[in-house]
Design a protein around this ligand. Structure first.
Ligand code: SF4
Length: 484
């Protein structure tokens, strides 16, 4: 991704320098009722996973086969959809998507779901993740005459599914055949004229689960979206599994699941930061993981202080955990302006105001004269963290001790997260003291690497951005954000 200085600065948001990747939500009402408005509420619950663009595609399983309607655009769910355009989306099977671009630029063409009209019919596809072999697959298709309309790797997946569908007996077999060629992170929802198909890569980088409400079935990135639409959680889609929802029930194919589940590699950062705290991923509650991270920080890196505070919102549960374990009172130091939207004009670096100050303010009375333990989920470039430490000190805090509920970021991510290259990471090539000095804190400690395994109750996980141990060989060419 190309960064200029101003953009580099403004890209650091208050919660973290990291952006979420994407969220997917699909629904199939077997009674034939229109479903788009339910998908709209589902996407609302997944808005934290992507704020650049969103879309919904619907079809009527009792209508003509080549009739998928789609509405998508740039912006938040409530900016792109209104009662008028939702009303026009008629059909009982649907797939929706919220996007933050980790591959491909931020344009309307790249918004999802993608709808493909091809020889055998139509399909709509929503994807969360990043492929590491997207470039090879794309070139392979281009050599056979394929013309791409977008710059996203999701279109490569859609093309492969469509291509495989020509020879496959069913849509789910085509998805499975396409998956054999894909390398990388993907949680997919594919809508064919009569079926809703969910698939998760064998490593299980990104979450995907199934829900049910009366005679309607759902597929979604996070369980919190099921709660929002009043659906019950049925189960997670297993890493490598393909599930097919039809009125006959849920069919499952586990041919691509690893025989040895220890090869699975769930993104540990979903638990630390991405997912909403009320989500449960593969049986592990995200909120409980974050509380645990805070407790471990208190055990491993104690400090004498008067108050523990979290950097909103994602630092709060870990701060509560730290307070519980240490006995230091938990308090509120920051008031966040929740109304700063996507269209917020970010101040230039030369201006006195910073993005951080516009989004966060310090409660001076709460911090004045106190020794503060400040908990955040991560430090990326260090700019935001330094500004927040300064804000606390300017407000009269006597000491600021920073505790981070993840290990230091030392390597980029190729699996759907925009963790940048080493030269942009504050921790890369620096000692702990040097990082501490650069963020102007009194002391600094990170979560220890060996604590990660305790955050998701022993499920196999990916920690490549901290350790450099990539579960899949990274691409030789860094295609993140540059495809096409
Ligand atoms: S490299 Fe980091 S952010 Fe990327 S999938 Fe692995 S744990 Fe998640």
């Amino acid at each position: 991704m190309a960064f200029d200085m101003e953009e580099q600065f403004s890209e650091e948001c208050v919660d973290s320098g990291i952006h979420e990747e994407c969220g997917v939500f699909g629904a199939y009402d077997f009674d034939g009722n229109d479903i788009a408005s339910t998908v709209y509420y589902g996407l609302f619950a997944l808005q934290h996973r992507g704020q650049e663009s969103c879309g919904i595609a619907v079809s009527d399983t009792n209508g003509p086969k080549k009739n998928i309607q789609v509405h998508k655009g740039m912006g938040l769910v409530n900016e792109v959809f209104n009662s008028e355009n939702l009303e026009k989306l008629k059909g009982n099977i649907s797939v929706g998507h919220v996007r933050y671009s980790t591959a491909g630029s931020s344009t309307r063409e790249n918004a999802q779901p993608l709808v493909l009209n091809y020889y055998k019919g139509t399909l709509a596809l929503a994807h969360n993740g990043n492929l590491v072999n997207a470039l090879e697959l794309r070139q392979e298709l281009e050599r056979t005459g394929a013309i791409f309309q977008t710059t996203i790797d999701s279109e490569v997946i859609a093309y492969h599914v469509a291509k495989e569908r020509i020879f496959a007996a069913t849509a789910e077999e085509a998805v499975l055949a396409a998956m054999r060629k894909l390398k990388g992170a993907y949680s997919l929802i594919v809508m064919s004229p009569r079926k809703l198909i969910g698939a998760r890569d064998p490593f299980g980088f990104r979450p995907l689960c199934i829900g049910k409400r009366d005679n309607t079935y759902f597929l979604t990135s996070e369980t919190c979206a099921l709660d929002t639409v009043g659906a019950e959680f049925v189960r997670d889609v297993e890493p490598g599994e393909v599930v097919t929802l039809t009125p006959k029930g849920i069919e499952s194919n586990k041919e691509l699941c690893f025989k040895d589940p220890s090869k699975q590699a769930r993104c540990i950062f979903e638990y630390i930061y991405f997912a909403r705290p009320d989500a449960v991923i593969d049986g592990v509650g995200v909120y409980a993981s974050r509380i645990k991270a805070g407790k471990f920080l208190a055990m491993d890196s104690p400090v004498d202080a008067d108050m523990v505070v979290g950097v909103p919102e994602s630092g709060n549960p870990a701060a509560q955990g730290y307070a519980m374990e240490s006995g230091i009172p938990y308090g509120t130091a920051f008031i966040k302006n929740s109304y700063v939207g996507r269209t917020f004009i970010k101040p230039k670096q030369s201006m006195r105001e910073s993005s951080v100050q516009v989004k966060l303010n310090v409660l001076k009375d709460a911090v004045k004269g106190k020794r503060i333990v400040m908990i955040d989920d991560s430090i990326v470039r260090g700019t935001t963290c330094r500004r927040i430490v300064r804000m606390l000190k300017d407000a009269g805090a006597k000491e600021v001790h920073v505790r981070i509920s993840s290990p230091p970021f030392l390597h980029p991510c190729y699996f759907g997260t925009d963790i940048p290259s080493e030269d942009q990471l504050v921790a890369y090539g620096k000692t702990l003291d040097e990082i501490c000095e650069s963020i102007e804190a009194d002391t600094l400690a990170y979560l220890h690497m060996d604590r990660l395994k305790e955050l998701n109750e022993g499920l196999p996980y990916c920690d490549a951005c901290f350790s450099g141990n990539y579960p899949i060989e990274p691409p030789t060419q860094d295609i993140r954000g540059e495809q096409g």
